[in-house]
Design a protein around this ligand. Structure first.
Ligand code: XIL
Length: 346
């Protein structure tokens, strides 16, 4: 059919992709054409993270982010900012003093406020939603022992949302995390959302990253998590979806990781997916999209973490140098058959 993902999901939810640097600079011409044609929302894969936006204190670098936002505006996209406060891809100066020691709570607050205010104000009214805090809660429901948590305690989260709200009162503000179907995480994230709301601090959505494999999570646990977050009166964003076709190394012992056998086991499909795996992978995408459609009243956006397989971070995570097939467009920028099947579901 002539339908695209963008046209098929038009009255349901935004359908988005992460953009890599070559895409933002429009040097990967063919995959940029895919983005323009197929997607209604974009997020930058890396260039809006703190280590890129403020590599040194007060030395902001906005060139790439400016290009990204301009691209989104030109193509009438729902532009997402990722991410303001995260323990990873965070420059060390952010939480240390000149001697390399942790700064005080007061100084860390000032630095958070300055970073958030500067970045959010720059794109006020243009970036429509921000991942304000990323990955702060562990699967067991405890808080991640990040520098933000160690220095400021749980309060760093409400503070970040407060600063973002002040800088752009109309932007949507989100909490974003991975493995968000674990019951401990569901409980603590829900509690955090309720706490923000009861204090009049804006939060519009919970982002479920959705870096998944063929087997985990079950659709049932994922569906329960959607319902649980929505029950707190926020939208659910599916923010970083891809389905890896490769075996997961979690739980395999580290001391075998450099053997030839281990490499072969972890990277079995260098010449393409066997038919049975391809079918399982397609069905898994279709199952997820059926679920998203069923809950379209709760879902604001579904974003894929990249456009083509060549670009995917999954080729290097959690094991380096693999050939994975997680996205909707292949290594030659061709549309996979699953795209038409997803469109047919609508
Ligand atoms: C990843 C990018 O895809 C990689 O290019 C980069 O090297 C590391 O970060 N959770 C997130 C994303 O919130 O920002 C991460 O993106 C993937 C996991």
């Amino acid at each position: 059919s002539d339908a695209t993902l963008k046209s098929a999901f038009k009255n349901k939810f935004y359908i988005g992709t992460a953009m890599s640097l070559p895409q933002i600079h429009e040097t990967e011409v063919r995959s940029v054409e895919i983005i323009k044609k197929q997607f209604s929302s974009i997020v930058a894969e890396n260039c809006m993270k703190s280590m890129f936006l403020q590599p040194q204190e007060e030395k902001f670098f906005f060139d790439d982010a400016d290009k990204f936002v301009a691209f989104g505006e030109k193509n009438k996209m729902f532009i997402i900012g990722h991410t303001l406060i995260w323990h990873s891809q965070l420059p060390k100066w952010f939480f240390t003093d000149k001697d390399g020691k942790d700064v005080s709570a007061e100084i860390l607050k000032q630095r958070m406020k300055n970073h958030i205010t500067t970045v959010v104000s720059r794109y006020k009214g243009r970036v429509k939603g921000w991942d304000v805090v990323n990955e702060a809660i562990m699967e067991d429901g405890s808080y991640r022992k990040s520098k933000f948590y160690e220095i400021l305690g749980e309060e760093f989260i409400p503070l970040a949302f407060q600063y973002a709200q002040e800088a752009d009162p109309n932007a949507e503000l989100y909490y974003n995390d991975y493995n968000e179907w674990y019951s401990g995480k569901v409980q603590t994230v829900s509690k955090m959302v309720q706490n923000l709301k009861s204090r009049g601090i804006r939060i519009d959505g919970v982002g479920m990253q959705t870096h998944v494999g063929l087997d985990t999570p079950t659709l049932d646990e994922y569906e329960k998590a959607i319902a649980a977050y929505a029950a707190n009166g926020v939208k659910v964003n599916v923010t970083e979806m891809e389905i890896s076709a490769l075996p997961s190394p979690w739980g395999t012992s580290a001391n075998v990781s450099d053997t030839v056998e281990y490499q072969a086991k972890m990277n079995p499909y260098t010449k393409g997916l066997p038919e049975n795996v391809k079918t399982a992978w397609e069905n898994r995408y279709l199952d997820f999209f059926r679920l998203f459609l069923k809950h379209q009243d709760k879902i604001r956006r579904v974003t894929l973490w990249g456009t083509t397989d060549a670009q995917s971070w999954k080729n290097d995570f959690p094991v380096k140098g693999r050939t994975d097939y997680p996205l909707l467009f292949d290594r030659n920028d061709q549309t996979k058959p699953v795209v038409e099947k997803i469109i047919q579901l609508t």
